[in-house]
Design a protein around this ligand. Structure first.
Ligand SMILES: Nc1ncnc2c1ncn2[C@@H]1O[C@H](COP(=O)(O)OP(=O)(O)OP(=O)(O)O)[C@@H](O)[C@H]1O
Length: 571
């Protein structure tokens, strides 16, 4: 509830109107059997004018009930949908503030279910509550009092019926609550499997994994269906049981006092009103039970959303004035361990790069090259040592200043669905067509973009499926350079380019971005051979640093990699 209240507060007025509507509906429902009782009595005593009068009152009451019901539904829906939309936005905003570690800990599939299914549950419960919360107690207490007033001698019948219904409710709803929690986990699992399958469809097809993928998914889906069937079965027993209890109570009432009708025909009207009140009590208890069950499901969802709101962003940027940073980078005895790992991935790394320098980072796969690079734009914080950009500890720098200084072209090119221009503007929101052409020229992307229908307005489909690996990389590099960054990190960003294109990208960077400090990460020495400085990494440690010529002469580890690669090229 702690999570929900701030969201509800924004809709105080609408909640008031929804509640007013439901209170009117409850009183109209309660008053109907009473009016009907008077009307039946008037019919029995042939009081025609009263019959017409009471008939009109009944119709008026029904119309008031309908109008109030519509009024209630309108405002309840407004609140429920508004709360869900606000929650979705708040969750989305919160997730944007998360660090990569936060997202890895919560898992993206899990976050998607929380943002969709869990919020839907909350929307449902807000709607239900606003439609029922006042109605249930008013109906229950009102119908109880009116039933006792109508036939005081049968007060015990109401108690017996209530006890029977509460016992059935307690049995079935307690079982259902447990199952509802499990269903949420199954939904999460199904979403994860479906997402992985669709994203890895190429792998699935090339390894002919369709059947095994289908089996895994269908097992998870069948488990969920099994559970849904159990819940359905419980419901299918529940509803007839309620009506059986209600009808037995009605039959028993008629049996017990039906004889009186012979001597006092007006009793017929009272029995009719009494049985209607019994049904209203029955309805109130069932609704309360159902609400408790659905609430237990919504409370699970609220708790899961609460977890998102309470998660502290793994990284906090200081609230300081923005500043212009130069392109110098300095690592001072930096060590970093991924959350949950025992061993550090980066161990006691120190180096510096001057503005405008080109720095190559080379090392075997898994040696920590990408991890090292991710510490520069502060995607992770090192546990030991300091990272400085422009001479300032990056922990003391405003987020926008740091991110505006650095452009990171990731190893795996990620483009968003939209147009090429929209993707490029993520690198520089004010980029003109001229800027795009300039950047595309460096990245060797102009040639293929110019051939596309719509050129820079050409569509990028979901997961950029309409572009080849090499084209995606070129577009990612274009997006990376378009802001003329002070620091550019190319994390294995030319791996899908042929040697000729890679050379041209290199020439473009030298020509047009010569003031930019550029980090080029690669396993291939040919990609970093011309760098001013090459950092050689092995198991997260620097094992060599210098120019290619220095390293080839003096560094055994580098020589080994170089010789292996030369030998491969010669074959
Ligand atoms: N998000 C992560 N959480 C936990 N461990 C990670 C994470 N990312 C990478 N690692 C681990 O850190 C080590 C270094 O990975 P990293 O990607 O930095 O190496 P790399 O040298 O860039 O490799 P490659 O050349 O294959 O890209 C690896 O053992 C990897 O499994």
């Amino acid at each position: 509830m702690k999570t929900l209240i701030p969201f509800l507060k924004r809709y105080n007025k609408d909640i008031f109107f929804a509640s007013l509507g439901v209170i009117i509906v409850a009183f109209a429902t309660l008053w109907q059997p009473h009016l009907l009782q008077d009307m039946i009595s008037a019919i029995i005593s042939s009081d025609r004018s009263n019959v017409v009068n009471l008939g009109m009152q009944l119709i008026a009451l029904a119309i008031i009930g309908i109008i109030a019901g519509v009024f209630n539904t309108y405002f309840a829906a407004k609140v429920a949908q508004g709360v869900a939309a606000d929650m979705r936005e708040a969750t989305y905003r919160k997730i944007q503030s998360f660090s990569l570690s936060n997202i890895e800990e919560l898992s993206s599939a899990n976050l998607v279910v929380r943002m969709t299914n869990d919020i839907n549950q909350v929307q449902l419960i807000v709607m239900n509550f606003l439609q029922q919360i006042m109605r249930v107690p008013i109906l229950f207490v009102g119908a109880f009092i009116l039933a006792v007033m109508t036939l005081p001698q049968l007060w015990w019948m109401i108690i017996v019926m209530m006890i029977a219904i509460i016992l059935v409710c307690a049995f079935s709803f307690s079982k259902m609550g447990k199952y509802f929690g499990k269903i949420q986990t199954y939904i999460e699992n199904n979403n994860r499997l479906a997402r992985e399958n669709l994203m890895g469809m190429r792998v699935v097809k090339s390894f002919v994994q369709e059947d095994s993928q289908f089996k895994t998914f269908s097992k998870s889906s069948d488990d969920m269906t099994g559970l849904t069937i159990v819940i359905g079965n419980l419901f299918s027993i529940l509803i007839p049981s309620f009506f059986l209890i209600g009808n037995l109570a009605v039959a028993a009432s008629i049996f017990l006092i039906g004889d009186i009708i012979n001597t006092n025909p007006a009793m017929l009207a009272s029995i009719n009103a009494f049985t209607q009140y019994l049904m209203q009590i029955l309805f109130a208890i069932i609704t309360a039970g159902l609400m408790m069950t659905t609430s237990s499901r919504a409370f699970v969802s609220l708790k899961r959303l609460q977890e998102i709101f309470e998660t502290k962003p793994g990284l906090q940027f200081p609230d300081v004035a923005p500043e212009k940073l130069s392109g110098s980078v300095e690592f001072d005895h930096v060590s970093f361990t991924y959350p949950g790992d025992d061993e550090p991935t980066i161990k006691d790394v120190s180096f510096s790069a001057k503005p405008g320098e080109q720095v190559g980072i080379v090392g075997a796969t898994g040696s920590g090259k990408s991890t090292l690079a991710q510490l520069i734009p502060r995607l992770y914080d090192p546990q030991e040592g300091t990272v400085k950009v422009g001479g300032k500890n990056i922990k003391d720098v405003n987020q926008k200043s740091l991110q505006g200084t650095i452009s990171f072209v990731l190893q795996r090119s990620t483009l968003f669905s939209g147009t090429i221009a929209e993707n490029l503007r993520q690198g520089n929101e004010n980029a003109t067509l001229e800027d795009m052409k300039w950047a595309a020229n460096i990245a060797q992307a102009s040639e293929f973009i110019e051939k596309l229908d719509g050129k820079y307005d050409a569509k990028v489909e979901e997961r950029s499926a309409n572009f080849s690996g090499g084209q995606k990389q070129r577009l990612s590099i274009t997006r990376g350079v378009i802001s003329h960054p002070e620091i550019l990190i190319l994390d294995d960003s030319t791996s899908a380019l042929d040697a000729q294109s890679e050379k041209r990208v290199q020439e473009g960077l030298d020509r047009d971005l010569n003031g930019t400090t550029t980090f080029i990460i690669s396993e291939k020495i040919s990609s970093i051979i011309h760098a001013n400085k090459i950092i050689v990494l092995d198991h997260g440690q620097i094992v060599g640093i210098g120019t290619h010529d220095d390293l080839v002469k003096n560094n055994n580890y580098y020589q080994e990699i170089y010789n292996t690669q030369i030998a491969k090229e010669d074959k």
